[in-house]
Design a protein. Sequence first.
Length: 420
Amino acid sequence: MRVAVLTSGGDSAGMNAAVRAVVKQAIVRGCEAYVVREGYEGLIRGNIEAEGSSDSGAQTPPQVTRDSQGVEANLRFGYGPLLRDWEGDSTDDPTGKNLKGRYIVKVGWDDVRGWMGEGGTIIGTARCAGFRTIEGRMTAAHNLIKEGINALVVCGGDGSLTGADKLRGEWPELVAKLHQNGTITEEQANASKHLVIVGLVGSIDNDMAMTDLTIGAPTALHRICESMDNISTTASSHSRAFVIEVMGRYCGWLALMAGVCGGADFVFIPECPPEAESWEDQMCEVIKRHREVGKRKTMVIVAEGALDKNLKPIKPDYVKDILRNRLQLDTRVTTLGHTQRGGRPCAYDRILPTLQGVEAVNALLESTPETPSYMIGINENKISRIPLVEAVKQTQAIAQAINDKDFESAVKLRDPDFKE
Ligand code: F6P
């Protein structure tokens, strides 16, 4: 089996550990491993074929020997530095292999050495509009077929995983079309009958249903906690209030957990919106009480997707004005922004993607045309396989419930065991 792995959508700490685990497990299980750079964009761009060669991935060194770990020498390609700095030209290429114009790259054991603790995603990511079109997916299918790839691991959010499942569903039709119009040979069409895919959820938002945690969410929470600790000291010194906006898109997990970790006075999250007419009073009452018992600092967390019950967005600047005008608190707004996505993964964002990456390859190897595409999750501390379509459907149902002002269902869908 030829297994390719890509990262897609917003980056998250732990994606490199996921790629590393997929590559290593693929090799251990006797597969050939590939990485796709720049997410789906790279799948569409494919490889510019070398002149006079029909095989753009011709990289096999001559002799096959085994090292002490039993890894074949010809699986050690040494692209590591290039994968980190792929814009560089061939002059700084220690292996003599130029990666320019190549987005689907066969990789070996050494290529992912040292990736575990690196932040972001070394192979690059993109939010790719082209892959949403049938033409884009057709080109992507052609590029995969050219490389003989028949298994794909996608690490990204719900949109990215839906795209992967769509490609898998359309695959036989795409192969037939490419064959009919002469783009691929009969031999290629016969060799590419099925594509199996598995999803890993890489997102700081922790917004995917049917799994407890997404890759990158724990690190983002650490970043927020560190920032809150920093803000906390200066807030105390000046006896100030801070309104802190955190990411999470339509999901309040980061905000809620940050509120717990950082000892916030008030938290706004999309799943549990406050009364439109009275939240200002309620917030001021709580904060006033805290001040009266001697608290010198005030911290209010606003999830970026926070709403009131009428679905009106709750904006940090507005919260600041309320605190200033009603409680006369010297108030500042801090938007943590992309600091939450950056930096090295915490320990759990190394463990989780490693376990899940291994499971992803195992799931691919056990997949048949009849089995559903799986998303690898974690439930009650056990790595799990969840039908991807179901998880995505439930995630979208949460957003819909919020949109329909059915907040109770949104909370229940997010956490079936939730009790007030
Ligand atoms: O989905 C991850 C996320 O970081 C969200 O929390 C945030 O809304 C969004 O991506 C930011 O996207 P971008 O990096 O494209 O500005």
